[in-house]
Design a protein around this ligand. Structure first.
Ligand code: GLN
Length: 515
């Protein structure tokens, strides 16, 4: 009998990095465990966990993952999010501003002039935000809060009653803040009720893994990557991450943004979350705190992760791939259609009249500008432009008028722009069509794929430069792409004449052949 030796799995480089950082920083004994809430002083300064979860749900973890601790101030962005969705941005801004305070988290101050708490990440702002969560039917405010936190974590969370009692007994500084808010007419409700709800939300138990899931949910536009549940709207995520970036680390927020460069939030039990929007969430748990009330090891680990993985949001390297994947002409880029020698000659001599531009990735505002330049530069001798969108993942609606304008400009120069590979972008096609219709212009000719667009362009050249006159007029129902044999595996096409557009060539759109 052959014996199989146990095979050690190769460690992923991300896992190896987390393990290295854990080893490096475990020996750092700087900082003090919070003791102003007596129950928190029971934490061991040695507890230390790091978790990184990507926006699509890959999990990397090292160290203390199971131990539960109280969420403390990491509750603040979550309740702020709930308030934004419950009563709307405009209403929330009547109670709390979004200015960095440069002061300690428990500072007893309001914004001079407005008399509002400076931001929802410090205690004053958080107490005001908590007061905005009203009962919903039979659901009490705290139940709403706990159920939102649970959706964030992807499991039912509970409150640490001992920590709650401990803070409720000793939290007179927060009561002072609440009375200040009451005096400034920021709080409508009773101080005792509000601080109790606030202390309860701070006493919600989480582990380091839960915090990373919460962070990853904020990273993935508000959808929990583990459960798939949408917890927040996208616009709420943007507001919450903005205020975390500018205010999340209290009076160390400027330093943090400068060195780590990620929206983040810390809590006095030793948790920190940091988010790279669209990519990942990080959580670190280690109770010893620095003078700002931020976990010492947490800050160090985030600094190192940001540095080693190039996570800083302001990083100049953080650029989307160029939108123009290739720019060529019909002289080099041919359709699969086999042509007689004399036609091939025409294409060789006149192919440069057709500009072929393949696009890719996400087309955002600046990409629209780049595409415009690629299509409109040196138009001498250029009569057609094929824009292929097959490798485009997303088109920001702000780009619609820019592309529409480039089509108009190309036409004014006597040419014609055609699109291909639009199947994944029906809204874009529709909106361009609407814009053109508003100026009484015909729809842009659209082909299912680049090959068909090239073939059509070649037909134009052949027709124009003395090839078989009829070539360009082959009805699409007899076209190679719609017949059995080679080409039949292509998406089928049919001819649709654009209604009410006289003199316009047929549009080619997806459909069944021979209709
Ligand atoms: N419950 C704590 C307090 O209000 C939360 C503070 C924090 O985590 N920074 O003091």
């Amino acid at each position: 009998m052959t014996q199989t030796l146990p095979r050690s799995e190769p460690t992923s480089p991300v896992q190896a990095l987390l393990e290295r950082l854990h080893d490096t920083h475990a020996g750092n004994t700087a900082g003090e465990v919070a003791s102003y809430i007596p129950e928190l002083a029971l934490a061991s300064p040695d507890w230390f966990g790091i978790s990184l979860i990507t926006a699509d749900g890959s999990i990397y973890e090292v160290g203390e993952m199971r131990h539960e601790f109280t969420i403390q101030s990491i509750s603040k962005p979550l309740t702020y999010a709930l308030a934004l969705e419950a009563i709307g941005e405009v209403e929330v801004r009547k109670y709390v501003d979004v200015e960095p305070s440069g002061e300690a988290f428990n500072s007893i101050t309001l914004q001079p002039g407005t008399n509002l708490p400076l931001n929802p990440m410090v205690n004053a702002g958080a107490i005001a935000t908590t007061s905005l969560i009203r009962p919903k039917g039979a659901t009490a405010p705290f139940e709403r809060i706990l159920s939102e936190y649970s959706a964030f974590a992807g499991r039912q969370l509970e409150v640490d009653e001992a920590v709650f009692e401990s803070e409720n007994k000793t939290g007179n500084r927060n009561r002072a803040i609440a009375y200040l808010l009451k005096n400034a007419n920021v709080l409508d409700a009773e101080v005792e009720d509000i601080v109790e709800t606030y202390f309860r939300q701070c006493s919600t138990l989480v582990n380091c893994h839960d915090l990373a899931v919460i962070a990853a949910t904020l990273a993935s536009t508000g959808v929990n990557p583990i459960t798939g549940e949408r917890v927040l709207r996208e616009d709420t995520v943007r507001s919450v991450l903005s205020v975390m970036a500018s205010c999340g680390m209290y009076d160390a927020a400027g330093d943090w943004l400068y060195s780590v460069g990620l929206p983040a939030k810390s809590g006095v039990a030793g948790g920190i979350i940091a988010i790279l929007p669209g990519q990942l969430g990080i959580a670190v748990y280690s109770p010893p705190l620095d003078v700002h009330g931020n976990s010492v090891r947490g800050v160090k680990v985030c600094e190192d992760l940001s540095e080693e993985l190039h996570l800083h949001v302001m990083s100049p390297q953080r650029r989307p791939p160029p939108p123009v994947r290739s720019a060529s002409t019909c002289a080099e880029h041919h359709s699969k259609h086999l042509r007689p020698v004399e036609e091939q000659e025409i294409l060789r001599d006149h192919g440069s009249e057709v500009r072929v531009i393949e696009l890719q990735g996400e087309i955002l505002f600046a990409a629209g500008e780049l595409i415009t330049r690629a299509v409109l530069k040196d138009l001498d001798g250029v009569n057609y432009a094929v824009l292929d969108f097959a490798a485009v993942r997303e088109i920001d609606p702000v780009v619609v008028p820019i592309i529409s304008h480039l089509v108009d400009a190309f036409e004014e120069n006597g040419g014609e722009v055609v699109f291909s590979g639009m199947t994944g972008h029906p809204e874009f096609t529709e909106e361009i069509g609407n814009l053109r219709a508003a100026s009484e212009l015909p729809r842009v000719r659209t082909f299912v794929d680049l090959d068909l667009a090239l073939e059509w362009s070649e037909d134009q050249l052949i027709q124009r430069w003395g090839g078989n006159e009829e070539k360009g007029e082959i009805p699409i129902s007899r076209h190679a792409a719609t017949q059995d044999g080679p080409g039949a595996d292509r998406e089928a096409v049919s001819i649709v004449r654009a209604p009410g557009v006289p003199g316009r060539h047929p549009d080619i759109r997806p459909g069944r052949p021979g209709r």
